[in-house]
Design a binder for this molecule. Structure first.
Ligand SMILES: [Zn+2]
Ligand SMILES: [Zn+2]
Ligand SMILES: [Zn+2]
Length: 271
């Protein structure tokens, strides 16, 4: 992914975002290609066009040699700032963000789960996001696969990390905020149709207050969000479709997070 606002030249401005990190065009072309003598202008393509064409047509602007902007700044700190995204990974807005030291994601302290207190952030303390903690711990956490039923009976206190990860996935995917906030406040007639309202912020609250005992409790609350969504929006195909996609995401991520054996009952036919 090429971000033209971050582009300054081949060597300045980390303008290319891969899944793993931000890179300058030169870093990208030398690291990612097996070419003998790679040239970032000709060998990196965007939408089928090499970057040299984008530069000629002024879509990409090369900064002057002694440019004083932050992208061209030689200080280590300014360069380090560009190792992470400019927007919050969860809500996609800007503001004061904390940066993961392992991946390119950035977060608002309140958007990340668990929420990040100032006390957890020192200048020299590394901070690693839930996505990275889960990924690095997964290799040794689940040596054997579980069945869906086994996963549900797990104590939630042993799996807070997984719950936080699953909730972050949902917040991040819920671009139109259909399941995040209390619908009783925001949606007219909601409580006259839905008798058991539940939403993501409330699940987070319950998790923080230790109101769930087993994974089963947590999962059934999350699934209830989707059931409510389908019921309330039965005449609104667009919103219903959004809810279904979020439910699919949750079930997919749940299975992979708990290494659920695929031949066993799945979340959808086990309720
Ligand atoms: Zn510049
Ligand atoms: Zn945010
Ligand atoms: Zn991370």
């Amino acid at each position: 992914m090429l971000h033209k606002d971050r582009f300054a030249s081949g060597l300045c401005g980390k303008s290319i975002r891969t899944d793993q990190r931000w890179m300058t065009p030169v870093e990208f072309v030398t690291g990612e290609s097996a070419l003998e003598d790679p040239s970032w202008r000709n060998d990196i393509q965007w939408d089928g066009k090499p970057l040299s064409v984008l530069i000629e047509s002024k879509i990409l602007v090369i900064h002057k040699l002694l440019c004083k902007c932050k992208l061209c700044s030689p200080t280590a700190k300014d360069r380090h700032d560009h190792d992470n995204d400019d927007d919050c990974f969860i809500c996609r807005s800007q503001g004061s963000l904390i940066c993961c030291d392992e991946c390119p994601r950035s977060f608002h302290q309140r958007c990340h789960l668990p929420n990040v207190d100032d006390a957890m952030l020192g200048d020299n303390l590394p901070w690693v996001c839930t996505f990275c903690v889960l990924r690095t711990s997964q290799s040794w956490r689940y040596p054997s696969q579980k069945t869906y039923q086994e996963a549900l009976t797990c104590r939630i206190s042993d799996h807070l990390l997984e719950c936080q990860y699953l909730l972050l996935c949902l917040y991040q995917a819920d671009k139109d905020h259909i399941i995040a906030a209390d619908p009783c406040i925001n949606v007219r007639n909601y409580t006259s149709v839905i008798k058991t309202p539940i939403w993501l912020d409330r699940v987070v609250e319950k998790l923080q207050q230790n109101l769930y005992q087993s994974m089963q409790h947590f999962v059934s609350d999350v699934l209830l969000i989707f059931t409510n969504c389908a019921t309330f929006n039965r005449d609104n195909a667009e919103l219903r479709g959004m809810g279904e996609r979020l439910k699919d995401l949750f079930e997919r991520e749940f299975k992979s997070t708990f290494s659920i054996q695929l031949q066993h009952p799945t979340a959808s036919n086990c309720q």
